[in-house]
Write a protein that binds this ligand. Structure first.
Ligand code: FAD
Length: 288
């Protein structure tokens, strides 16, 4: 089933993101954790992909196929292009198509510290255009409520998001944010720019203090005082930090749903217990 059909069903959706192992040694553990997350019956699950070029999507495909075949969950595999050749992308897309996948999340990926190894793709929009030729995929793209870290300003970033939508992207998922007003403002600006596709709110439950630094580095997102107080007070107490992070994320979701933001995508970091606790906090809101 296409993700666009799930999103356009008129009901709120809750989807979960997981990541694949980097090597075969961790495969069983990741497969087990992701199957446990699928057992919560999310609207769909996404599986991230490394940005390393050739071969980086191998475990994405394995985990995605395992989830779909074993649990029947609709899966959205990610595909990055920053270090990929056109030939690699074509073969990967053909493999997804042959295995019955109807959805792909098209990403550029972060530019490696040591620089690009391949220049076939400059931006995600180029990947989206190619994927449109390789199959009837429903394609998703990333967007950034605080602006992408490389963009000169938010207006320029939104112009580039519009290019992705015009290239054939059917929905967008946001980078994490911890202040819902940033999201409401962003949604307004997207709509003002003529972007009308569904936008999924990406929610990251912060369950340990190390995640705060990584999350801010990756997203450059604004940390509201309420969030900082939580980390200051509970950061040294792992159990308390985890509980507070789950409640914080749940409250963010409740407020988003109450304001008509109907599609929630939770970055689970492969933790079934975190996904389960968030779901139980909002299940009635989703009509379950
Ligand atoms: P693009 O849309 O190509 O944008 C990258 C930058 O280029 C932006 O600053 C944009 O404004 C600018 N730009 C775009 N077009 C033009 C143009 N024509 N001229 C000038 N500038 C332009 N990374 C992974 O490695 N694997 C994953 O699985 C993954 N999943 C993600 C899922 C979500 C929901 C999000 C939000 C991010 C994810 N990322 C992932 C991170 C993402 O790959 C990085 O943020 C990356 O730096 C940008 O990817 P993009 O697809 O948004 O790129």
């Amino acid at each position: 089933m296409k993700i666009s059909d799930i999103l356009n069903s008129g009901r709120p959706t809750l989807s979960f993101e997981v990541f694949p192992p980097k090597r075969s040694a961790g495969y069983e553990e990741v497969a087990e954790a992701t199957e446990a997350i699928a057992a919560l019956h999310p609207s769909f699950m996404s599986v991230t992909c490394g940005a390393g070029g050739t071969g980086s999507s191998r475990y994405t495909l394995r985990i995605a196929a395992n989830l779909r075949d074993k649990t029947g969950t609709e899966v959205l595999p990610h595909l990055t292009c920053v270090s990929s050749t056109r030939e690699y992308v074509r073969k990967t897309a053909e493999e997804y198509k042959a295995r019955g996948f109807e959805n792909i999340m098209a990403l550029r990926g972060d530019i490696p510290k040591e620089g690009r190894t391949c220049w076939d793709y400059m931006y995600a929009a180029d990947l989206i255009r190619d994927l449109r030729q390789y199959g009837d995929f429903c394609i998703g793209g990333a967007c950034y409520p605080d602006g992408h870290v490389e963009a000169a300003n938010k207006a320029e970033d939104i112009r580039h998001i519009k290019e992705k939508v015009d290239a054939g992207c059917s929905f967008l998922t946001t980078q994490m944010f911890f202040d819902n007003s940033v999201m409401y403002n962003y949604l307004y600006r997207l709509r003002e720019a003529g972007i009308t596709v569904p936008v999924l709110a990406g929610i990251m439950p912060i369950t340990n203090v190390r995640q705060v630094e990584t999350s801010v580095r990756l997203s450059g997102t604004y940390l509201p005082p309420r969030f900082k107080s939580m980390v200051d007070m509970f950061g040294n107490n792992p159990a308390a930090m985890k509980q507070a992070g789950i409640v914080y994320a749940s409250e963010q979701i409740i407020e988003l749903l109450a304001n008509g933001v109907n599609h929630i995508h939770v970055y689970t970091m492969n933790h079934p217990d975190v996904a389960e606790r968030i779901l139980s906090n909002i299940s009635e809101l989703l009509g379950r």
